[in-house]
Design a protein around this ligand. Structure first.
Ligand code: MBD
Ligand code: FE
Length: 311
């Protein structure tokens, strides 16, 4: 079909009616976004001459996406979440905010409510025969380069199957396994004693993987560890580290890898004295530099619905 209808009054009026632009009631921002997104979709349907079959396949896809609870997973996989980071990075440059540990995406698997401990936390609760011990530690510094006391470092990561507690389809993990929070002391230091994670893969029969299969992409992430770092005097940092040597480090389906976020993994001994399950362990030093509040405020704090549980 070559007939062009998008620019006709009939279609333009339909868009305005659908977004309810003709009256003052309702949320003006919601109307603006609805009008724009719907218009962009209508235009794309015309430009690409999408068939009714394709449209209904897409509508059906949204139903499956919701049933699978994967909308936020798809947002990560399609680079939408990365795009938000690119925009925040650019806003920082414009506002002359430089340096500090780079942000990278939060992802959909955070759970609020992990127990907060002072300086050190052992966060592996469930045994995991296939995972060796790992210590992640470092110093949190502020914009002045000095250690930050009272910063809260939260971390969360997958087990040796690539599954996260709270979202584990096998039900094998207890609440907050491999999730923890540590408050720094005067020296700004934090430490997590845990087990080595393995990379995540999208649920093989879920909506996200279904789309990725159609476009010949994989749905895997390299092994990684997530962090939130908060303190009164700085902006909240959302970031991750990747485990050095993972073959997917530069092939992450969620585009979260950044050069500064691949710290060295060092072999160490003395784990038994530290309460680890073996004497030989892997050690990662990840120092965290926080960025300043802007006019006393965190200008980029992200509010999104997040899972929570009681510790
Ligand atoms: C993850 O563990 C993750 O971090 C992201 C971004 C998406 C899916 C699973
Ligand atoms: Fe993750």
């Amino acid at each position: 079909m070559n007939a062009k209808v998008f620019e006709t009054n009939e279609v333009q009026d339909l868009l305005k009616a659908a977004a309810n632009l003709g009256c003052e009631d309702g949320n003006a921002r919601a109307k603006e976004i609805t009008h724009r997104l719907l218009g962009d979709l209508f235009k794309a349907i015309e430009d690409l001459d999408m068939t009714p079959d394709e449209i209904w396949a897409g509508v059906t896809y949204f139903n499956k996406l919701g049933q699978d609870g994967e909308a936020a997973l798809l947002a990560a996989g399609l680079g939408l979440e990365k795009y938000l980071d690119i925009r925040m990075d650019a806003q920082d440059l414009e506002a002359d905010v430089h340096g500090g540990t780079p942000r990278t995406i939060e992802g959909p698997l955070y759970v609020a409510g992990a127990p907060v401990r002072d300086r050190v936390s052992k966060i592996d609760v469930n045994p995991d025969a296939d995972a060796g011990p790992l210590i992640i530690h470092g110093t949190v510094t502020g914009p002045d380069g000095k250690p930050v006391a009272g910063a809260v470092v939260e971390c969360w990561h997958a087990n040796s199957k690539g599954f996260y507690s709270h979202f584990d389809p096998t039900g094998a993990q207890s609440e907050f396994n491999l999730r923890g929070a540590v408050r720094t002391g005067a020296d700004g230091k934090y430490e997590f004693r845990t087990l080595m994670p393995v990379g995540y893969g999208c649920p093989p029969h879920g909506a996200t993987q279904q789309l990725l299969n159609m476009i010949a992409r994989h749905g895997n992430r390299p092994a990684h560890v997530h962090f939130f770092v908060t303190s009164d005097k700085t902006r909240k940092l959302t970031t991750q580290i990747n485990i050095e040597g993972d073959p997917l480090i530069w092939d992450d389906f969620a585009y979260a890898t950044r050069e500064e976020l691949v710290p060295q993994v060092v072999d160490k001994t003395g784990g038994v004295a530290l309460g680890l399950k073996a004497d030989a362990y892997k050690d990662i030093q990840f120092d965290i530099a926080l960025s300043p509040l802007i006019k006393g405020k965190d200008n980029q704090l992200v509010n999104r619905p997040r899972a929570s549980a009681a510790a």
